[in-house]
Structures are given as C-alpha cells and as structure tokens.
Write a protein that binds this ligand. Structure first.
Ligand code: CAA
Length: 241
C-alpha cells in the first residue's frame, strides 16, 4: 500500500515539485497550502494531488488539518516541512512583525506540523521527516536576519529530533537548497540577483525545483534508512559546509 506523505507549501515552487516527485515515486500525497486558492486548485486539477488549506504557523490548524488528511488518506508516514515565507529587509528596517511572521512559519511551523504526527510514527516504528532549510540558514544573508535565523533553527530542530527518532525507525533530515528558480527567488531585485548572487554560483545557473524534489524522494525512501540528522546541500557549489 502506498505511503501517505504531506508536503507543506506543496502547491507552489519547490513544494509543488516535491509533491509531484513523491506522487511519481508512488506515494499518496496531500499538498498543504496557506493562502492562494486559485493556484492550489489549478495545481490539483493539473496533478490530481488533493490540496488542503491551513496555516502551518497555527498549532491547532495543523492538528485539525492533519486529522483531515489522515481521515481521507490514512496515517502520515512522510512529512515534508517545506512551507516558508520571506520578509526580506535590512535589519535596521525590520519590524517586529517581519521577524515573528517568518519565525512563526519557517521555524515554529516545523514544531506545529511534526508534533501531531510524531506519536503515530513512534507507535508504527516508521517515519520520515524532511525539513527544507536553506543555504541562507548555513551562511547567513544580508536582508534576511529573520529568515536565516529560522532556517538555522530548522537545522537544530533536525539534528535534535533525529536523535530522538533513531531508535524508533524515524529519520529526520534537512535539505538546504541554494537559489532555485522559483517565484521567491525571482522576487529578489533583478540587479541584485544578476550582479550579486548568480556570479557566486559555480554551476552558473539557478537550481531547478525538481533537483530538490529528487533529494526528498531519496530521503523518504527505505534506501535512506541509515541517514538521519543529515543535511543535504543542493546549491550549485555556492557554499560548502
Ligand atoms: N549579496 C551581496 N550584496 C547584496 C545582496 C546580496 N545578496 N543583496 C543586496 N546587496 C547589496 C546591493 O547590491 C546594494 O549594494 P550597492 O548599494 O552597492 O548597489 C546594497 O546591498 C543594498 O541593497 P538594496 O539597494 O537592494 O537595498 P534595499 O534596502 O532596497 O534592499 C535587500 C535590501 C532587502 C537586502 C535587497 O537587496 C534584497 O532583497 N536582496 C536579496 C536578499 C536575498 O538574497 N534574499 C534571498 C531570497 S530567496 C530565498 O530566500 C530562498 C533561499 O532560501 C535561498
């Protein structure tokens, strides 16, 4: 029987590619999204992947949303924490709201989503939690004190929870994408992208969302059972750690 996977932020950008990649690999996928009904419905029509709307920054919404997915599809065995937002601005202009919005979604969202599925994974003796962090959580990034802090926190979350899950058959890993050709990256001012970022990527191009999706499919597989607490950096050589 197909394993059930939830992908947060799974109807757009990297998340959409992950949802499709997992479906093609035989998973029964639920794609969560927070806001854009039009894009989510178009994604559902195009891919046949069911979509579920809730906000990962709200704990009770996650509990309720996961319960609905489990009632429809069965117990969640693979969780991909991909949902993320940016509120890029220099620190001296950053508002408290810019800070909390990003921390609540990009870091607390991992707690909110993983905590409700964790007891079931422990009971069944199997689980895969895959967290989409970022190159900017590893190296820092001007204009992203909020985002880089959250993404670095995602790596601490991954390494700590991996130690708790290991004896229960649950792996917890992170992927740090570099600059991938999505709406989020294309929102960076064109001059900055072309003059300050692209020249730093040795392979000479932005990444493709599918290049991240393939990492997720591997980490979700039975073949990756000995890999836990790890970080896969997929950034075109921009940063080594
Ligand atoms: N690297 C080096 N220099 C940069 C830079 C970068 N990534 N971003 C901006 N700068 C430079 C600018 O070129 C500019 O320098 P000059 O004055 O010499 O031209 C200076 O910093 C100030 O930049 P702005 O004039 O753009 O100032 P601003 O206040 O209008 O905006 C900013 C500042 C918000 C940081 C804006 O430049 C920006 O959005 N930069 C990109 C930040 C970024 O990389 N975000 C990643 C988004 S994608 C993502 O988050 C996905 C992921 O995980 C990788």
């Amino acid at each position: 029987m197909s394993r059930v996977a939830i992908v947060t932020g799974g109807t757009r950008g990297i998340g959409a590619a992950i949802s499709v990649g997992l479906k093609e690999a035989g998973y029964n996928v639920a794609a969560n999204y927070a806001g854009n009904d039009e894009k989510a419905n178009a994604f559902k029509d195009e891919t046949g992947i069911p979509v579920y709307k809730w906000d990962v920054s709200d704990y009770q919404s996650c509990v309720d949303g996961i319960a609905k997915v489990e009632a429809d599809l069965g117990p969640v065995e693979v969780l991909v924490n991909n949902a993320g937002i940016t509120r890029d601005t220099m620190f001296h202009k950053m508002t408290p709201e810019n800070w909390t919005d990003v921390i609540n979604t990009n870091l607390t969202g991992l707690f909110n989503m993983t905590h409700p599925v964790w007891p079931g994974m422990r009971d069944r003796g199997f689980g895969r939690v895959i967290n989409i962090s970022s190159i900017n959580g590893q190296k820092g990034q001007m204009g992203q004190v909020n985002y880089s802090s959250a993404k670095a926190g995602d790596l601490g979350f991954t390494k700590s929870l991996a130690q708790e899950g290991a004896a229960k058959g649950i792996t917890v890993n992170a992927i740090c994408p570099g600059y991938i050709g999505t709406e989020m990256v294309r929102a960076v001012p064109e001059k900055v992208l072309n003059e300050r970022i692209l020249p730093l990527i040795p392979v000479g191009r932005l990444g493709e969302p599918e290049e991240i999706a393939r990492c997720v499919v591997f980490l979700a597989s039975d073949d990756a059972g000995f890999i836990t607490g790890s970080t896969i950096s997929a950034n075109g050589g921009q940063y080594f750690i």
